[in-house]
Design a protein around this ligand. Sequence first.
Ligand code: FES
Length: 143
Amino acid sequence: MAYSEKVMDHFANPRNVGEMEDADGIGEVGNSKCGDIMKMYIKVKDDVITDVSFKTFGCGAAIATSSMATELVKGHTIPEALQLTNKAVMEALDGLPPVKVHCSVLAEQAIKAAVSDYYQKQGIDPKTVVGEIPEPIECHLED
Ligand code: FES
């Protein structure tokens, strides 16, 4: 399966790239098998994610899914952002090859990790709001 035009577009022209100096929450997740790392930064006001950015050291699909995930949560409330699944990110990108599904899981985890960090900084136990961050699924680089 080839990459969709949307994946290629978000890989070649990723949205919301870069560090955020005054972030309210920062989440970093990685996949130990492929070694890819995704870092998400969020700015929050009145429970709304007013700004979001990312830095991804990873494959093209990881960059495209990070980019799409930022677009899907920007301007949305934290509860809405927590509903974001890797499946929704993949659908918004018109699909990913099966061996690249785990890259989209990183994007879902990174958003949840950034929200967790935000709550932690507010003195709120993130588990009560965010729940458990899904475990990384295996990278199938060898397939
Ligand atoms: Fe592991 Fe894409 S994040 S290969």
